[in-house]
Design a protein around this ligand. Sequence first.
Ligand code: HEC
Ligand code: HEC
Length: 194
Amino acid sequence: MRNVPILLAAAVVASSPHANAQEPSDGASLLAGNGCAVCHGADGSGTAVGPSIAASDLSLPDFIASVRQPMRTMPAYDSQVMPDEDLTRLFAYLEAQTTEASAAGRTDVGAELYYDYGCYSCHANEAQGGMHGPRLGPDPITHARFAWYVRHPTRTMPPYSPVVVSDQDIADIYAFVEAQPEPPPLDSIPLLAP
Ligand code: HEC
Ligand code: HEC
């Protein structure tokens, strides 16, 4: 599976009319010329195969780290393929994009939805993860990536369409996940202490 997006990206880089764009400072041509647009859209606002990266809540170092060491299905780009300077210019372009402001999440509503939609059955009552799903919080992935994953899971999780779970519902669930208590440090649990 991992090869598919890499081949796709390589094919786009090779065939893109923007590959040798005269305007390297133009964010849209950096997105197209490096194949990012295939998955993240021509303006970075996301597609079925990649989350929105426009006006994200990532810092520049986290943005660069996400491109160098992607989390799941995205191919990695090293500094030979895409230098830090290009990523810095692209980041400035993306941060200047206006996206629909994501709705403010309500923790208490999110707690109910997290239960009603059955998220708890795989991700456990406090989103700490269990046998059937990973930990979601505290310190979740970005809101953009979280929302995209719920719509387009790439592995075993079932997808939730906007008809079932609205964007507002996702914002509320995200607020609930973010508000979960930090797990206790391992050395405070006698059985696990060294
Ligand atoms: C083949 C599809 C694909 C291509 C090509 C691609 N990405 Fe991604 N990207 C993804 C997916 C899917 C994710 C979500 C995390 C994962 O699965 O690795 C992601 C995550 C990210 C994130 C983290 C977003 C967040 O909110 O945490 C950034 C930043 C990013 N991509 C930037 C880029 C840039 C810049 C390029 C081009 C240089 C690029 N991506 C090319 C699919 C792609
Ligand atoms: C049937 C079990 C199941 C249910 C129900 C479920 N998930 Fe998942 N979820 C998973 C599994 C397993 C993964 C790990 C990736 C995969 O296999 O898709 C995952 C991954 C995720 C991720 C990505 C985490 C990451 O680090 O990339 C998010 C976000 C998420 N789930 C949110 C939710 C929300 C919100 C709900 C309820 C609306 C939900 N899940 C319901 C099993 C489930």
